[in-house]
Design a protein around this ligand. Sequence first.
Ligand code: ADP
Ligand code: MG
Length: 639
Amino acid sequence: MDYAASFYRFKMLILAATTRGVRKMDRIVQLPDNIANQIAAGEVIQRPASAVKELLENAVDAGADEIRLIIVDAGKTLIQVIDNGNGMSETDARLCFERHATSKIRSIDDLFHIKTMGFRGEALASIAAVAQVELKTKRPDDETGTLIELENSIVLRQEPVAVANGTCISMKNLFFNVPARRNFLKSNASEMRHIIEEFTRVAMSFPHIRFILISNNQQIFHLEQGSLKQRIIQLLGNSYNAKVVSVKEETDFMKIYGFTGKPETAKKTRGDQYFFVNNRFIKSPYLNHAVMNAYREMIPQDSFPMYVLFIDLDPTQVDVNVHPTKQEIKFEDEKLIYAFIQAAIKHALAQFSVSPTLDFELDAGIQQLPAVSQPFTEDKKDIAKASSLFKGFTQKHQAHLIDKPSAGELKSWKDFYAPIPKEEAPLFDYEKTEKQQQVFAEKKKQAFLIDENTELKQVLHSYIIAPVNNSFLLINQQAAHERVLYERMKKIAIGKPAVTQRSMFPSTLELTPADAVLLNELLPDLQMLGYLIEPFGNNCFVIQGTPADLESGNEKQLIDFTLEQYKHFNTEIKISNREKLIRSLARQRAVKTGNRLTEPEMRELIGSLFECEVYNTAPDGNPTYLEFKLEQIERMFGR
Ligand code: ADP
Ligand code: MG
């Protein structure tokens, strides 16, 4: 199709769409292409990072071995991808912006043999509907290349141009024509983090491609071609160098390879966990559960090992067409894959004598494993689902999460606690209503009287028992301390900055590029709270000072853990960055369960707790103490 013909076709399409169906009683009209594309874009292009993902994947599909990503203003102003792949003809350059225009599949059948990242032919049409696009492309055998400019899905310009082999596509002013969505974008730092995340996922699975990321003229990544391990370390940080073991198993049915962290890499948040199926990054709580199962008893509960795992299997065994951004897929035989992954990880850990026991068999035939031959029960599946981060978080929304008593249990069980009724308890402090504030003010008047004569007892190095009136309190020392620190920092955040104590021996902190972006974003708030941290270039920072009220010594670890904790907060939850930071810091600085407290320490902690504005819950909404009333206890003893 030549230029004029395709332009004509384009015009006719729009004409037909807008004039169709205007008889009086008919109400349905077919949407013009540009509107249809904008709607499709809603699914595919949600934020700058989603465009980054699509453009990087196109460059990969084009067979490039060098891909540059150039970002301005976290992609809000410019996202540009330059590849040295096979380019497009003049006609294809034009066609690629049409919806469902793809060179990657021809028939339904092809859907089950997909070897490329893309296949729906939606991305470029969607991008052209929500940004100003400029495409320059040339195939190696062509004399000249093609330049095309589009806006609102409409071609403004098309002409021959002298360019290098490959494709350079620029999208400017994302959502310039959809102000509502533009306003919905988050801060630059936050959008940039999403971009780095997508970049990481693509760069991780193609270590033989050189990737470069430049943001606001600053080079963030320059990833040379190399091995998978080199790529992982470039992306996730040098600290993993000696702390991963290689995973490699192969059967006729599938292959798994990659790296998994030694138990000591387990962190409090599930940061560095990557699954790729046929080189496509996917999210799967189910497969994640298989890995976690392999680590059972080797790492503390609620901690997450690092892993980067590639699973390759016959494309007919997976359906990648079940999710708009293709991040979820369906396996023909999920159980088998679960068992395979679990066994492969156990094997890897054992080979490097990381695992204490050899309680499994491998290679002799995965098929014979009990986990494979036995049916995978529903409740096991539920466990897998329950392991998702999301669930953990939604549970915490409940101010007082109390399991329903099952039949046969004491009826008075629920009264045993004296929880504040749910509607009174704030889910989070930031959303405390006026009514709740009143309730708390009143509650405060009835605060427990604990004086120097009150006998305090620590049990299990984690809880403090304090008798009050006709009851006793069982105080969770960590939750209580979190509350105390949280309120202290909140006060500082709205008042004058905390006093900083300059360190005599400033320590340096080396972070991954992604964490460096995050820390940079947090520096002003950290300074407010007394942490004086200065960027030192190359993802390094110097901790010049810490809050005067904080014992110094482990500030490096504190910042590291705080960043981890910070990332743990679900992005869907609308709390300010400062709130997140304060909660993360409170969590990190608080005395942990398992720590012995001296009598004066207990007294100080409890005194401070009951001076808090909200003393009955930790910042995450979980209780700081439970009250056991004498009459309830007596009832339980049948008196
Ligand atoms: P899909 O990737 O699902 O096919 P896209 O809308 O992302 O759909 O791209 C449409 C088509 O444009 C692709 O099938 C491909 O033929 C072509 N194309 C897109 N980007 C590039 C690129 N960087 N180099 C060469 N061809 C490209
Ligand atoms: Mg694509």
